[in-house]
Design a protein around this ligand. Structure first.
Ligand code: SF4
Length: 405
């Protein structure tokens, strides 16, 4: 297929595809899908080999957000039955982080609901970062606290944060349909503040919110221009009790096309499958590892993922390997640039996702997992609601039960 050959060549040269080429990837047929995945997989392997980076989410503060992001289970007026709690203490967060690191995570993503941190919140998160770094040598820490005010990125960097996540989520043209309490420009500015402070920027999108192919291409091209080190790709989990509860638009095939398009447009960037992996890719998750080089281990912010052990088995069974703490995530040209900027450098990559990860999970990915014991198996119709796959998180931080890592 001429289109795919051209895209592979461009990906290997880090050359931006045209918008038409990106749209054409999204428009491919099911018959062409394996060829699309194989082509994007060549680009993924060229820059990231067969390594899969594991990231672990710690939800520092859950629910009760004054913002109105429609996709988010923690939003103002959300009726989703999620865990709600205020700030974890540094030692509680460090214990949660340690569970993720013990499970193989190389990066810990500290996420808090809310519009953005106060200076006191930044102090609190700084103490948490220090506690995590003291107890887990070599771990990368990404903060995801919402919109930043002047000087806060520098303070987080000074406390030892390696990265900052803030997602663009959707196209500039449709941003106002999703959220009214802050703007697309606010989000861009926060990512740029993080970059200016020498933090590795993590910024991604949410697919499945009713957007068009053009919107998806717009946001991915905007991300390429913003040049984050990592791009989390969330697939909307339509949480009951949120305005997007009925938006079950995705199929596993559609998710694979979206991930392929992201890989072609952002070839040398850490592409992470974030919230919605289990719910929307379902049995196709291993195929998506040929496109993305990063996933979250275990649970998400407000929903449960598949067992951490299942994540590790999936990676091994698909012929991939978990990236070790001593390995460099990014291709050398990006890692060197990040190090020169004062960012994570050798560990540069990143991000978690919040204040924009898909789920209904607040500022972060939420995910979901299969239940269904005793249910009669039925083939899923394309884009059919799969509420049976969405499980509100009831373990780990904010509960008395051990975390899934
Ligand atoms: S995404 Fe973040 S800012 Fe938006 S409602 Fe959720 S917690 Fe609040």
């Amino acid at each position: 297929m001429e289109l795919l050959n051209a895209l592979v060549e461009k990906g290997l040269r880090r050359e931006l595809p045209t918008r038409e080429e990106a749209l054409a990837v999204l428009a491919t047929s099911d018959e062409e899908l394996l060829d699309v995945v194989a082509a994007a997989g060549k680009v993924r392997r060229a820059w990231f080999g067969r390594r899969v980076k594991l990231n672990y989410l710690v939800n520092l503060k859950s629910g009760l957000c004054p913002e109105d992001c429609s996709y988010c289970s923690q939003r103002l007026g959300s009726e989703a039955g999620i865990l709600k709690y205020t700030w974890l203490k540094p030692d509680e967060a460090a214990a949660a982080a340690a569970a993720g690191v013990a499970g193989g995570a190389k990066r810990v993503c500290l996420v808090a609901s809310g519009r953005g941190p106060t200076d006191r919140d930044v102090d609190r998160v700084s103490r948490t970062i220090e506690a995590i770094k003291e107890q887990n040598e070599g771990v990368e820490v990404c903060a995801c606290l919402g919109l930043l005010s002047d000087g806060q990125a520098d303070r987080l960097r000074g406390a030892g944060a390696d990265a900052y996540n803030h997602n663009l989520n959707t196209s500039e043209a449709t941003y106002g349909d999703i959220t009214t309490t802050h703007t697309y420009a606010d989000r861009v500015e926060t990512v740029q503040q993080a970059q200016a402070a020498g933090l590795s920027a993590c910024s991604g999108l949410i697919a499945g919110m009713g957007e068009s192919d053009e919107d998806l291409v717009d946001v991915v091209f905007a991300l390429r221009e913003l040049d984050p080190d990592s791009v989390p790709v969330n697939f909307l989990i339509p949480f009951e009790g949120t305005p997007l509860a009925k938006e079950w638009n995705l199929t596993p095939q559609r998710c694979l096309r979206i991930l392929s398009m992201v890989r072609f447009v952002c070839p040398d960037v850490e592409v992470r499958i974030a919230g919605g992996r289990e719910v929307h890719l379902r049995t196709m998750q291993p195929l998506a590892l040929h496109l993305a080089n990063s996933i979250f281990l275990g649970d998400y912010l407000t929903s449960e993922g598949q067992a951490g052990r299942a994540d590790l088995d999936m990676i091994a069974d698909a012929g991939f390997e978990v990236e070790g703490a001593g390995e460099v995530t990014l291709p050398v040209h990006r890692a060197d640039a990040a190090a020169a900027a004062g960012g994570c450098g050798a560990h540069a990559s990143a991000g978690c996702g919040s204040h924009g990860e898909a789920e209904g999970g607040g500022c972060g990915p939420c995910g979901g997992h299969a239940h269904g014991a005793g249910e009669t198996a039925q083939p899923a119709a394309a884009g059919a609601a799969r509420t049976d796959l969405v499980a509100v998180r009831r373990r780990g931080t904010g509960t008395d039960l051990p975390p899934n890592a």
